[in-house]
Design a protein around this ligand. Structure first.
Ligand code: ATP
Length: 301
């Protein structure tokens, strides 16, 4: 039996379909199963349309599963809502309110756990005037206000759908630092989708890679990386029994990204892939079988 204590999120056979079953067989997510321990900073990656936003909306309780279950902070998403912060791609804010009124509304809605100083500091660090109306802000400035609102709520779980997409490089760097210190100081679990894998590499410790509505990889990033190897050596060297994620032969040279299964061929030079290499390898090869890395694989790797 799986020990589910201490999990921030857990999905079992999770599926979500849009449209009517007979008219549209399109599943945004199907057969997804994963566990995310509490206190992790989790990167959710996958190509456009993979199902990342759908998964985050299910976790936030804004969508309900068509099949299967998703549990958040040990309960159903609707019951966990007060303990969850969510910044969607659309960042819905009331355009007619000022920034100060927006933060005040956040305080009124979350009277028991509102950290006003954090919200005000994030706004001030962006040189934003609290009297400015939301409708007068740029996309990146709205993102800052949405993050201020979500972080001031002091959530146990923070769900962020491409939070950095419209921020300038300095703002990305600064707000990523704010997120990391929130996770370190308060043990907040952060689940963050992004297309900029290099940006996630130093910040996240857990990975959820989604492809075509399925979980293709999930686990602690260190475990996931050590379960794979980047191999180079003479062309024609057999790669079985390892699972080949991708391979290329140039002249007499073979390079391959494999998921390890036992000892590696001695005539190939092994290296641990970077997170970006691994994610790109999986994204370039959508046909590779669905896999999940569990801590027990670490020992086998
Ligand atoms: N409201 C909806 N109605 C119909 N189909 C939808 C709806 N929302 C999402 N989908 C479909 O579900 C699939 C997954 O979409 P989703 O937005 O979750 O992907 P994503 O991984 O977040 O993509 P992106 O990286 O482009 O943001 C896509 O095929 C999309 O067209």
């Amino acid at each position: 039996m799986t020990d589910t204590a201490g999990l921030a999120m857990e999905a079992a056979d999770l599926g979500r379909r849009f449209g009517r079953a007979r008219l549209s067989p399109a599943w945004a997510l199907r057969g997804c199963a994963f566990q995310l321990p509490a206190g992790r900073v989790c990167a959710v990656v996958g190509h456009n349309g993979a199902g990342k936003s759908t998964l985050l909306a299910l976790a936030a309780g804004l969508l309900v599963p068509t099949e299967g279950t998703i549990r958040v902070l040990g309960t159903d998403p609707a019951s966990a809502r007060a303990r969850v912060g969510f910044v969607s791609q659309e960042k819905p804010l009331y355009p007619q309110l000022t920034i100060a009124e927006t933060l005040r509304m956040g305080a009124d809605l979350n009277p028991d756990h509102w950290d006003a100083a954090t919200g005000e500091r994030i706004v001030a660090d962006g040189d934003l005037d609290p009297k400015s109306r939301i409708r007068a802000l740029s996309g990146g400035q709205r993102t800052r206000v949405a993050l201020a609102l979500a972080l001031a709520k002091r959530p146990d779980l923070l769900l962020l759908d491409e939070p950095m997409a419209d921020l300038d490089p300095l703002a990305r760097h600064e707000l990523m630092g704010v997120l990391m210190s929130q996770a370190a100081q308060h043990g907040t679990t952060i689940v963050m989708s992004s297309h900029v894998v290099a940006e996630l590499e130093g910040s996240c410790d857990h990975l959820l890679l989604i492809g075509a509505g399925r979980v293709r990889l999930s686990g602690e990033i260190d475990d996931v990386l050590t379960a794979h190897a980047r191999l180079s050596g003479p062309a024609g060297t057999p790669l079985a029994p390892h699972t080949v994620i991708e391979s290329r032969t140039t002249g007499r040279q073979l390079t391959a990204l494999v998921r390890k299964s036992g000892p590696l061929p001695t005539d190939l030079h092994p290296a641990t892939p970077s997170l970006e290499e691994l994610v790109l390898g999986y994204l370039r090869n959508p046909g590779t079988s669905v896999t999940t890395t569990s801590p027990s694989e670490k020992a086998a790797a």
